[in-house]
Write a protein that binds this ligand. Sequence first.
Ligand code: ADP
Ligand code: MG
Length: 294
Amino acid sequence: STATALSACIHNAARNGVLIKGGNYVEALAEADSLILDKTGTVTEGRPRVVSLHPTAPFTQNDIIQMASAAEEDSSHPLAHAILDYARLNGIVIPTHGMTEVVTGRGVRTTIQEDEILVGNRKYLKENGVDISELQNAIHSLEQKGEMIIYVAKNRLLAGVIGVHDALKENMKKSLNRLRHLGIDDIRLLTGDIAFQAEKVAKRMHMDDFGAELMPEDKVRTLLSMQGSGSRVIMIGDGINDAPALAYADVGIAIGNTRTDVAIESSNVTITNDDPLLIPSAIQLSRRTMETVR
Ligand code: ADP
Ligand code: MG
């Protein structure tokens, strides 16, 4: 019967590390024709590490890592982990600081004594009137290398930038090639990161399109417009910022080392061991199952 075939499929998938939360998602997986992927933690490892520190005079490398680690101490963002790991490895003492404000898709704000510390992306600093031109050469060369940049400001003056590297996941490109062979012919990257980085990753992965500097609701908007034009969309993500889109997708798939509880709860399928090749395998298995029940 159909029910038996679907539950056999779900059992099979589960044995390989793909948790499908219901028979209806087996059908949706089999019928999907489009794919949206988040970048950080989904296409990339999501385990970024600090590779360079560029202070503005009179600040030192030590100063900017101290300010950044104070601001990031209470954040669970992968970029916060990169800063805190670096501080720990280098024996940096994290200064006592005030309450931290987390600004989604932007960064974090705290105080050290009377000083306001802002740590985050370019947009966040610009919105707070911080002039970043002093470091434009360093920023440009970090961008060319494909590194992510964390900006640090003290009392609205640029104190430095921190270059962070996040490697692409080993089997993601292979996985996307297989998906294309399976007829998933609209593959898009949607990210909170800047356009330069998004474009670089999208090109390397031979994706069809990308969207950058997106907030969670922007990812949903793109998804809904694709569905509105008749696409059946799989969304793959790992973070809180992906949860709304995961919930609206025809199939929401949670993947990644940093996979948050919210992402898992909002998803219909969970990949337990972070292997991108399990995505095309799950689609093939679902299609074979649907053929037997029709
Ligand atoms: P994504 O996972 O798609 O990159 P996020 O919404 O988590 O998106 O973050 C978007 C951007 O906001 C990040 O690329 C980073 O530049 C900035 N950002 C967010 N949180 C932090 C943080 N705690 N520290 C530094 N930058 C941050
Ligand atoms: Mg992410």
